[in-house]
Design a protein around this ligand. Structure first.
Ligand code: NDP
Ligand code: MG
Length: 388
């Protein structure tokens, strides 16, 4: 029997990578639901290839356009994520990929857990803001979880059945992004086009900007802390410009494990899909010659001031993580729209996170999605007002 798959964010970088893996193995998979925001053209292509019967497209205009195009087809077309509860009745999906970008990934991720046997989560923002809710739902619904962010997939693979109290330190590797060596005096004039050019990875716009500011690594430390139940002093960022070393774990017993693979997100995606088989991936394999020079460096905190902020984080799960994600989502959008400078992202973000109004959320635990969404909307409003 074919396995039933759902891709949340199928038209994005991660979504398309998964789609191409599934296309190579069409006899074994059926796609039950695809979702996008506005890219209806890409969605249409995907729908045709897999004869998909359910789609969610959140942008109003794109929704109207796709409805007109598919008027004679027997396809259920929805405009919001509340429809997840209409599409599915029971635990019937074998594999879900959560790959929407930014905070908007949280609601659909939480909504779909009860309907799936396994969920692979690439959307780090949902883990950062809503991990306590996600974890509770995974446990309640007996749904298997696999992290897809390459560093977290690697840590997860290295740990296997080991307990987190056997860990001395986990190093999260960072390429250093496009501005690792760029003159600091020119940072103010960095344009979105420059910041979107990552030296090693091809990714969506939001995560590319986060990689340029190093916010992506701040997020990945928080993400690892939550998923593996570690404390911040067990986690450290280390610069590895070639990006083929994805995780280093030092254990209390003197062993250190590394996980290495080519800079291709298809590798963690493929392994999250086929975690219980010995399938062969159609991808370039890492040349061992590359291991002659690992080139590990300390992170330059002057260049990437957002990293300094990690020292101030407390170990509890709190609503403050939502403030961080929402403020950053909003600032990245403003930068991409050329409304603020590159250096304004870290300046305004650090200013916001130091405001008493927001610091109080460090002591408040997230209770439900409505409370998290309300706070996220409030933070966005505040940032938009601050930056004009
Ligand atoms: P992209 O920007 O390439 O794709 C995002 C996807 O989400 C698209 O399908 C997009 O639709 C959809 N989307 C965006 N906003 C909304 C919204 N408001 N409502 C509904 N759908 C929406 O992102 P990536 O694939 O690069 O990243 C996805 C997630 O995975 C992010 O959280 C990122 O941090 C994480 N990740 C990505 C990596 C990568 O290599 N790309 C690596 C590790 C983690 P549309 O196309 O119509 O806009
Ligand atoms: Mg990563």
């Amino acid at each position: 029997m074919k396995k039933k798959v759902v891709i949340l964010g199928s038209t994005g970088s991660i979504g398309k990578s998964l789609f191409s893996i599934l296309k190579n193995d069409k006899d074994n998979f059926e796609i039950y639901l695809l979702t996008a925001n506005s890219n209806y053209k890409e969605l249409l292509k995907q729908v045709k290839i897999f004869k998909v019967k359910n789609i969610i497209i959140t942008n109003k205009l794109a929704f109207i356009k796709i409805q007109k195009i598919l008027i004679n087809e027997k396809i259920n077309i929805y405009n919001d994520f509340n429809s997840i509860n209409k599409i599915f009745q029971k635990k019937e999906i074998d594999y879900v990929m959560s790959a929407i970008s930014g905070f908007n990934g949280l609601k659909p991720t939480l909504s779909i857990i009860k309907f799936c046997k396994k969920i692979a989560i690439a959307n780090k923002e949902s883990i950062i803001c809503g991990w306590s809710l996600i974890k509770k739902s995974l446990k309640y619904n007996k749904t298997q979880f696999i992290p897809v962010d390459s560093e977290h997939f690697s840590i997860w693979s290295l740990l296997e059945n080991l307990k987190n109290n056997s860990i001395e330190k986990v190093y999260i590797t960072a390429s250093g992004g496009p501005f690792r060596k760029y003159p600091l005096s020119k940072f103010k004039s960095i344009t979105p086009t420059m910041a979107l050019k990552h030296p090693n990875w091809s990714m969506g716009k939001k995560i590319s900007i986060d990689s340029a500011t190093m916010m992506n690594k701040v997020f990945e430390i928080i993400e690892a802390k939550k998923i593996f139940n570690l404390s911040y002093n067990q986690l450290e960022i280390i610069v590895h410009p070639h990006s083929y070393l994805h995780a280093i774990i030092k254990f209390n017993n003197g062993l250190t494990k590394l996980l290495i693979h080519d800079t291709n997100m298809k590798i963690p995606i493929f392994n999250s899909l086929y975690s219980d088989s010995y399938k062969k991936i159609k991808s370039e394999k890492l040349s061992l010659k590359k291991l002659n020079n690992l080139n590990l460096e300390k992170i330059d905190k002057k260049r990437f001031p957002l990293v300094e902020f990690l020292d101030k984080l407390k170990n509890n799960n709190s609503l403050f993580e939502t403030v961080i994600v929402a403020a950053n989502d909003c600032l990245v959008k403003l930068f991409l729209e050329k409304k603020i400078k590159f250096t304004d992202i870290s300046r305004i973000l650090l200013k916001t996170l130091n405001m008493t109004e927001f610091k109080k959320y460090k002591k408040i635990a997230p209770k439900n999605i409505n409370q998290i969404t309300k706070l996220s909307n409030y933070v966005s409003l505040k940032i938009n007002n601050m930056s004009v």
